[in-house]
Design a protein around this ligand. Structure first.
Ligand SMILES: [Zn+2]
Length: 209
């Protein structure tokens, strides 16, 4: 089946149009890599991998807005390779301490409309490659927050407050994952409701607007 799909819709690079991959090696080399920046007493650390622009933004858009679902494998590989190359000790620590990746949940109504939660399917790819469990059941979104891009900052804060619930099955060691970090409000609000006796890392693929 994969073969037939490939023949009809060949993968072309979002950067240069070359066929073969959604992001070719040459264009990937030009991608801006970020370090960790966000500090919060409740978390052990945060890794933001790339800047949210150019080919990285295009790659995420393919998955999120154009529903090109097989781009997830490539995105998963890019994230995993970046983690293993730049943060090998952290990855090892996560593996040893059995950290569980928790994708930022999407409200079921929006999930039904789109058909999937992109953070969840990317998290599944990453979990497979770096050998970490993924859990999408222990933090749930209970309110369907307004579409973020159209709201102003204050509205956005009100919208997202109390939007999440933690269930009693929350793992001890958590890597909160989201594809894009814009204001960080979503993740900050999730961190607020996580009990103090948990170890938290934040991992995002891309940061920016
Ligand atoms: Zn390219």
């Amino acid at each position: 089946m994969g073969f037939i799909v490939d023949m009809v819709f060949p993968k072309t690079c979002v950067g240069c149009g070359k066929t073969g991959k959604y992001l070719c090696d040459k264009c990937f080399e030009k991608v801006e890599v970020l370090g960790t920046d966000y500090k919060n007493k409740k978390i052990e650390g945060r890794i933001g991998l790339f800047k949210y622009h150019g080919v990285i933004k295009d790659l995420i858009s393919l998955l999120k807005f154009e529903f090109v679902s097989d781009v997830k494998t490539e995105i998963g590989e890019i994230i995993s390779n970046q983690l293993r190359e730049n943060y090998p000790n952290i990855v090892e620590y996560w593996q040893t301490k059995k950290f569980v990746i928790i994708p930022v949940p999407l409200h079921w109504r929006r999930k039904n409309w789109r058909g999937f939660n992109q953070a969840e399917i990317i998290a599944n790819e990453v979990g497979k490659i770096i050998d970490l469990h993924v859990n999408n059941k222990s933090i749930i979104r209970c309110k369907n927050t307004k579409k973020q891009v159209t709201s102003n900052k204050i509205e956005r804060n009100i919208n997202i407050k109390n939007a999440f619930k933690v269930t009693n099955k929350l793992p001890k060691n958590i890597v909160l994952f989201d594809d894009v970090w814009t204001t960080g409000n979503t993740i900050k609000n999730i961190i607020k409701i996580i009990p103090k006796n948990r170890n938290i890392w934040v991992l995002t693929m891309a940061s920016g607007n």
